[in-house]
Design a protein around this ligand. Sequence first.
Ligand code: GTP
Ligand code: MG
Length: 319
Amino acid sequence: MARQYDPRALVEALSGGDRRALARALSLVEQGGGAAREVASWAWPRGGTGYTVGITGAPGAGKSTLTHRLIAAARREAAEVAVLAVDPSSPFTGGAILGDRVRMQDHVLDAGVYIRSMATRGHLGGLALAAPQALRVLDAAGFPWLFIETVGVGQAEVEVVGVADSRIVVVNPGWGDSVQANKAGLLEIADVFVINKADRDGVDEARADLHAMLELSDLPSDAWRPPIVATVAETDEGVEALWAAVGEHRTFLEETNGLGLRRRDRLRAEVRQIVARSIESRTFEALTSEELDRLIVEVAERRIDLYAAADEVMRSVEG
Ligand SMILES: Nc1nc2c(ncn2[C@@H]2O[C@H](COP(=O)(O)OP(=O)(O)OP(=O)(O)O)[C@@H](O)[C@H]2O)c(=O)[nH]1
Ligand SMILES: [Mg+2]
């Protein structure tokens, strides 16, 4: 069989509420390649109604427990929720994702909640590219709330959570945890800070750290100031306040046209990424590996320099 599932038919079915079609479409997106592209293309015009909330922070900070609580908060408003749990950098996702599944299993019998995990499959860039497309497929399925949880605090996580409209950064009590998050670039992307595990000592220290860093970041006076919310995800304490903070951020974005701008920035970055990737793959398709080897030998023997070699490669695609 040349093609097991027709992307167009899958997208039509999933936007009509067919969850099995949704699962298949997401698998195609995860696998990448031509079918992923087709699914994304068919899904795009059907999306645009969902609002994405990203949740990131260090491993074990309590992201999954919080996500599970936020699902419940959204469900109290009778809104349907889709959750994408991704682990961009760890090759050992099995355990973490399984843990998430177990933690979120309260919701498995709720037809208004759809939970999907995505693992790295060994290449980092792949997931950074696939995660936004997976969100768009979930968007096309009509979920008004889309949650994306990423594990860890590396560049890949920053990139993945960057697709979200509102971004929650989770830290734990004590000095220094938020400084780590800051180093990883999370301060810049945070719309709401959460100090989770507030049942432990050091909430004030964490709050002071965050305040100090926010002061230093020198935000313009009309910019959104990320609120700092303390939670105990285990007991649901502070979760209503967190949900309210997300709602306020959303309102702020919608009322200031920030949402449209933020989404356009994101789309611009993604289109650039796609262009860069296709130029790269086209370039190396135009060149045989023997030709490339010959060129590299010339560089290695210092007959030409690296830039000249790169120019040579570019010429092969132009010519
Ligand atoms: N004391 C305390 N423990 C918590 C709280 N929230 C979560 N935990 C515990 O912290 C551990 C990690 O919680 P998770 O929700 O799995 O954290 P996570 O950030 O999703 O973890 P990874 O996905 O593995 O990075 C679990 O044992 C939770 O029960 C809290 O508010 N207080
Ligand atoms: Mg988790």
